[in-house]
Write a protein that binds this ligand. Structure first.
Ligand SMILES: [Zn+2]
Length: 189
């Protein structure tokens, strides 16, 4: 794990053990998945995780007027996972739908014909969702794993995010993968 500017950057498998030790009394009921859209894969050079996180925080604080970076967790194309905003706070990610939520921003633009999600990134996204389900006793369903698109006129997390951004896409594609990951890890939710 590396720490810079208040961000913690983990190898995929180190995120769970860290999260397990955090005392977070705030109840969380729903996990949001987003794509950053910009920055996208072309902005990631393999080493600039912290620079990208800082620029997102600067944008959220200075241009949006939020108190910190909006998202709790950021996943990267190389499969690394960053802890960002304190999980003791609600996120600033979907207007009107942040209470009791956990926000994951997945770095890239996953609209059709934009960034092709790398295999290690896919694994990190599924893993992060599964680990958060375990921590907050969330059973993955359409009521607990959501996409920004369902609440706003945005394509986020992308029209090709795990094959599509509709509720049916989520139900058929990402939720079974999260359920399977929870099973593989032997987690209980
Ligand atoms: Zn979004």
């Amino acid at each position: 794990m590396r720490e810079e500017h208040g961000f913690l950057l983990f190898e995929k498998n180190d995120f769970g053990p860290w999260l397990a030790e955090q005392e977070i009394n705030r109840k969380k009921k729903i996990i949001q998945n987003h794509h950053t859209w910009k920055p996208d894969y072309a902005d990631f050079n393999g080493n600039n995780h912290f620079e990208l996180l800082q620029s997102m925080r600067d944008h959220h604080v200075n241009n949006r007027g939020w108190d910190d970076i909006g998202q709790h967790v950021t996943t990267f194309p190389d499969g690394k996972i960053a802890a960002c905003r304190s999980l003791k706070k609600d996120p600033a990610c979907i207007r009107g739908h942040n209470i009791g939520a956990i926000c994951i921003e997945n770095l890239g633009n996953f609209d059709i014909n934009k960034d092709q999600m790398k295999a290690e990134h896919k694994e990190a996204i599924i893993h992060a969702n599964a680990i958060l389900c375990k921590k907050f006793h969330i059973k993955p369903t359409l009521d607990t794993i959501c996409y920004h698109h369902w609440f706003a006129s945005k394509t986020c997390p992308g029209t090709d995010f795990f094959g599509g951004n509709t509720k049916q896409d989520a139900e058929e594609k990402i939720i079974p993968l999260i359920v399977a990951e929870i099973g593989i890890l032997g987690l209980e939710t």
